[in-house]
Design a protein around this ligand. Structure first.
Ligand code: PLP
Length: 410
């Protein structure tokens, strides 16, 4: 029999969303007539922007003719998409990123996980609560000890996101090698200011640490003074990798396209102390293990940057932000303490009367037939909080808020 990767056996209780799915299935089986509104998982509901659909249909036609047919593309993505990304997402905001530092992929989730291929054993810091992928992938890679009784894993440095620090963590006093940051934040919906990110970049450069900056929700930032990219911060090119996705701005969760920026200035060290470019390693990794994204989908992603595409994606983001505003207002009117939802599609609310977040999950499902995400599922410091997603139809959001107002007001 083959040996397995024993680190998988350390994974506690399974992934959060399968557990939510299990509870919802049980509830629906015993209440078949219940009209359940799902506000848990952060999946988009609105159709793809027209500009993207048209570009993909044209790309399908390209595949029908010898002269325009595309077989295997470059593993790092087509130059025209990488150029469009650099021009609109980086140069337009004064960031120094070159097209060959952009690696197109099919998912930020996969990139966040796969990047560990090019790193050795490292001391990891994550925020608590946290997007679970950062933690579980490090468990799988053997960067942690066993699961701890009180939640979390031995060997990981947890940086609590609290009301007191406005849900933006501050750098630890100890030295870590890799720090995962996500702003606008999933799950709390908090954003970080330039000064806050500068403190992280300064810490990383002073401690030879690497920042994994997840900007999956940057399109939801409406205040121009807030940074959308870590590369808006001086010094970040030396210490940060950035993950971005078309999933949430352009509704690509089922279409699949994302990208990762690995600047040529970011270095790691080998076992012998030699400095090695992470860009070179990631290039090598992707060339060997990845064939990039289909020509058709990359054409769809390119269309996000056309004038029509930009207008349409802005429309999508505004739609979800209006949902978020409705949720925030309704919850506050119902007596809840709410955070986030201003520059993010997530609303982070305090559970009433200090109720446990899984208890509140069950109560919300049973009394109002609404599915949300328990804060404790994102980490121990998420206990006592609850996340609602603004990715939904307007009608569902309004119905859900009416139910909370009438059945679960505090
Ligand atoms: N990063 C964060 C913080 C997310 O919340 C998500 C999806 O919910 C992702 C990355 C995944 O993006 P993708 O669809 O590109 O895998």
């Amino acid at each position: 029999m083959p040996r397995i990767n024993d680190h998988f056996l350390k994974l506690a209780a399974g992934y959060l969303f399968p557990e939510i799915g299990r509870r919802v299935r049980e509830f629906v089986a015993s209440h078949p007539d219940a009209d359940v509104i799902k506000m848990g998982i952060g999946d988009v509901t609105e159709p793809l922007p027209e500009a993207c659909r048209v570009a993909m249909m044209k790309a399908i036609d390209d595949q029908a003719k010898h002269e325009t047919f595309h077989g295997y593309g470059p593993e790092q993505g087509y130059a025209w998409l990488r150029e469009a990304i650099v021009e609109h997402d980086y140069r337009a905001r004064g960031c120094e990123v070159s097209a060959d530092e952009v690696f197109v992929s099919d998912a930020s989730k996969c990139d966040c996980a796969n990047i560990l291929d090019i790193l050795g054993p490292n001391k990891i810091a994550v925020t608590d609560p946290v997007y679970p992928v950062y933690v579980d992938t490090n468990v799988m890679a053997g960067n942690t000890g066993p699961a701890l009784n009180g939640g979390g894993y031995e060997g990981i440095v947890y940086l609590p996101l609290t009301e007191k620090n406005s849900f933006t963590a501050t750098p630890p006093s100890e030295k870590v090698d890799v720090i995962y940051l996500c702003f606008p934040n999933n799950p709390t919906g908090a954003t970080a200011t330039k000064d806050q990110l500068q403190a992280w970049v300064n810490y990383a450069n002073a401690n030879d640490a690497l920042i994994m900056f997840d900007a999956a929700y940057e399109a939801f930032i409406t205040d121009d003074d807030l940074p959308r990219s870590i590369y808006e911060i001086p010094g970040a090119r030396k210490c940060a990798i950035e993950f971005r996705s078309f999933s949430k701005n352009a509704g690509f969760t089922g279409t699949r396209c994302a990208f990762t920026v690995v600047p040529k200035d970011v270095m790691g060290t080998s076992a012998t102390g030699e400095k090695v470019s992470l860009h070179k390693l990631w290039h090598r990794r992707q060339s060997t293990k990845f064939n990039s994204v289909s020509y058709i989908v990359q054409r769809g992603a390119e269309a996000v940057y056309t004038e029509a595409g930009r207008t349409q994606t802005r429309g999508l983001v505004s739609f979800y932000l209006e949902n978020a505003r409705i949720i925030r207002t309704a919850l506050a009117d119902a007596g809840y303490t709410v955070f986030g939802g201003e520059h993010a599609p997530y609303i982070w609310m305090k559970t009433p009367d200090g109720q446990g977040s899984w208890d509140y999950f069950d109560r919300l499902l049973n009394d109002a037939n609404i599915v949300g995400t328990p804060g404790a599922g994102f980490g121990a410091a998420g206990e006592g909080y609850f996340r609602l997603s603004a990715f939904n139809s307007r009608a569902n959001v309004e119905r859900a808020m009416e139910r909370i107002g009438s059945k679960l007001a505090v």
